[in-house]
Design a protein around this ligand. Structure first.
Ligand SMILES: Cc1ncc(COP(=O)(O)O)c(C=O)c1O
Length: 404
């Protein structure tokens, strides 16, 4: 590093916009599921950068792809196409329901593209009145103004002036609530096939299938936001496969780049044609570095070994968390699917998920929360089993400190 000066947490408050409240610990390097801070303290990573680092830190396949592409070509603009983008798109098409891909840089941007496509399709095919977007309470779709408005927590979208219109919210896992809102004026229903930020809530099979049927009855598109659930996290490449429900549009980001920013919207040829030349775009969408890393991540995750490993590793977590709970009685439920796991705090510990996260960090294990009452785990899909065991032992020490 040139021009060195001390970097510490206090500098954040001096120079950064105060929209985040980061930990005092500043990690400087990582390998697999272990991370080291500025003082060389070692941490086990159960957070995965919020379901991003699907192959841990500095996976050799990803480092290799980044280095190789870094010495070839970095950026071209969408006036040109590039080989890594087309290679990754081909793999996404070959391995999913989709026939066409649009690249973005984040989850929110992928969702923005999905929502704009749905609105444009509805206008082209059904006319001006079919604009309603239905999403679900507690859902999360990103922080652009359209996606945060579609997200199911008004607190995140309030206070920025007039919101994009014709967006309403139904109850997740409640078909009657969706039925009461949906009509032929509904353009699209957007949902996560397992609510992540909203509390690790799985849809029932009946709900997922029912949403699809209602969309079909009313000629509405079904958009699955797989930004958090995608790329192997639930043990299938995408969660829709496990549900047996195929969306019309699917968005993917986070793990798609294994830590390098990239997102994508996947859809059918029939729908894709409504995003005609000039209707949408992004300077960095399809960037060669991002797509080269994305292809390496995709190839590494999309193997029976890694995908089946997710289910095996999930069992070690669930068994371990249940064993901790048998001793300390702090959780009322361990839920989720694959390696997206939520430990729901008992009523006596309401609002204290962050305390568990902070205590776990002090014991040397990074965790996440999903709201105020749930401790969330979204580790690397290839975390070594001994790191899970060691991390859970550290987590148990944290639980012991908090348990009454
Ligand atoms: C389901 C879901 N959609 C969208 C987003 C937003 O993604 P990004 O922060 O990359 O814009 C997230 C982020 O947590 C998410 O979990």
């Amino acid at each position: 590093m040139s021009n060195k000066f001390p970097v510490d947490r206090a500098l954040f408050d001096d120079v950064m916009v105060p929209n985040y409240a980061p930990s005092a610990v500043i990690p400087v390097r990582g390998k697999g599921s272990r991370v080291w801070d500025q003082n060389d303290n070692e941490l086990i990573d159960f957070a995965g950068g919020i379901a991003v680092n699907c192959l841990g830190h500095c996976h050799p396949a990803l480092v290799g792809a980044l280095k190789e592409q870094g010495e070839k070509i970095w950026h071209l603009s969408n006036v040109m196409t590039n080989e890594p983008a087309l290679r990754l798109a081909k793999k996404l098409v070959d391995n999913t329901f989709a026939e066409k891909v649009y690249f973005a840089n984040s989850g929110a941007e992928s969702n923005e593209a999905a929502l704009k496509l749905a609105r444009r399709w509805a206008l082209d095919v059904h006319g001006e009145d079919k604009t309603q977007i239905i999403a679900f309470k507690q859902g999360f779709h990103g922080r652009t103004f359209f996606t945060v408005t579609v997200g199911g927590q008004a607190a995140y979208s309030d206070g920025f002036g007039p919101k994009p219109g014709d967006v309403v919210h139904a109850e997740y896992n409640n078909l009657e609530s969706l039925k009461a809102l949906i009509s032929d004026k509904t353009c699209a229903v957007m949902m996560e096939p397992l609510q992540g930020e909203g509390g690790i809530v799985s849809p029932t099979d009946e709900f997922a299938k029912g949403v699809r049927e209602l969309c079909d009855q009313h000629n509405a598109l079904l958009i699955f936001d797989e930004v958090q659930t995608g790329v192997g996290r639930l043990g299938t490449l995408y969660a829709y496969e496990g549900l047996g429900v195929t969306p019309d549009i699917l968005t993917t980001a986070k793990a798609l780049g294994g830590g390098f920013p990239i997102g994508a919207m996947l859809t059918t040829t029939e729908l894709a044609k409504h995003l005609k030349i000039g209707t949408h775009g992004s300077t960095y969408g399809g960037n060669p570095l991002a797509c080269a890393v994305g292809e390496a991540a995709f190839d590494t995750v999309n193997t029976p070994e890694v995908l089946n490993g997710v289910t095996e590793k999930a069992k070690i977590y669930v068994d371990g968390l249940n064993a901790i709970n048998a001793k300390y009685d702090v959780f009322k439920e361990i839920r989720g699917k694959g390696l997206l796991i939520g430990a729901v705090l008992k009523d006596e510990y309401q609002g204290r998920a962050k305390d568990f996260l902070v205590a776990a960090m002090a014991e040397g294990v990074m965790t996440l929360v999903a709201g105020a009452n749930i401790v969330r785990f979204a580790p690397s899909l290839v975390i070594p089993n001994e790191d899970i065991t060691e991390g859970l032992a550290r987590f148990e020490k944290a639980v012991a400190k908090i348990a009454q």
